[in-house]
Design a protein around this ligand. Structure first.
Ligand code: HEC
Ligand code: HEC
Length: 212
């Protein structure tokens, strides 16, 4: 009896110890706390949502490290207007090493997406497309149905009124080939993912209101 109690205490203690290690590892991932301090100092949350907090002037940034290469983000932070003339995002006085730390901080919020696995499970169906739009965070920029989106970017609820599925598929395959310099990211989708997203966006609206 006593031996069992001791054993379960040992298990409880080692679990406690392991969760402590996990917490320390997250907080001390090099640069992340410096990145968090810079996020505060530069007031990024006045324009961006991250981890459920912040304003909605610019895109939500939870998934940004999934949709943009690291070097792209690095250059963007250094001089936004050189990449998108007229953007509201200000050029900030970064010190050496600070942009790297900020990117480490951003990366902590991203959830990796396995798009091909979603298509494998659900087929090239509107349901798969809906799941992909959610997982990749298209709503960081686009309104789709009644949910989220920024007025800066096209509303995808009505994309079927403006575009054909064929156009939309070549757009998703390589936006920059259609519109050089566009701010729309290249997600490097597989063909199956593109078909599924097109099936979702071009699904006929349901009569009497809510479509998606
Ligand atoms: C005054 C508002 C404003 C502030 C402050 C601001 N941003 Fe932005 N940011 C924007 C806007 C707007 C965009 C989208 C670019 C566009 O369409 O003009 C953007 C885009 C971005 C992007 C690219 C997003 C994507 O999905 O491609 C990143 C990354 C980013 N900002 C990070 C930051 C960080 C980090 C800070 C703080 C250091 C910050 N921003 C401060 C307005 C702002
Ligand atoms: C960082 C912001 C951003 C994200 C995230 C984003 N887009 Fe876009 N998207 C744009 C911009 C900007 C345009 C307009 C292109 C232009 O005029 O340069 C656009 C255009 C489009 C268009 C064409 C709309 C039209 O009517 O012309 C489609 C379709 C589209 N995006 C789909 C998607 C899908 C699907 C996702 C998610 C997988 C996504 N976008 C994620 C910024 C974004």
């Amino acid at each position: 009896m006593a031996a069992r109690a001791v054993r379960s205490w040992a298990v409880a203690l080692s679990l406690l110890w392991m969760s402590g290690v996990a917490l320390v590892a997250k907080a001390e991932s090099p640069g992340a706390s410096q990145g968090a301090a810079l996020w505060q100092k530069f007031g990024c949350a006045n324009c961006h949502r991250l981890g459920g907090a912040g304003e909605t002037v610019g895109p939500e940034l939870d998934q940004v490290t999934q949709r943009r290469p690291r070097d792209w983000i690095f250059r963007w932070l250094g001089d936004p207007a050189s990449m998108k003339p007229g953007t509201l995002m200000p050029k900030l006085p970064w010190q050496a090493g600070e942009r790297e730390a900020l990117i480490v901080y951003l990366r902590q919020f991203a959830v990796p997406v396995d798009g091909p696995a979603i298509v494998m499970e659900k087929g090239r169906t509107p349901e798969a497309g809906e799941a992909l739009v959610k997982a990749y965070g298209c709503r960081a920029c686009h309104q789709v149905g009644t949910a989220a989106g920024r007025p800066l970017y096209p509303d995808l609820t009505i994309v079927r009124l403006r575009r054909t599925p064929a156009w939309e598929k070549s757009w998703l395959a390589n936006p920059d080939a259609i519109k050089p310099g566009t701010f729309m990211p290249d997600f490097h989708f597989s063909e199956g993912e593109i078909d599924a997203i097109a099936a979702y966006l071009f699904r006929p609206p349901v009569k009497g209101g809510k479509t998606r």
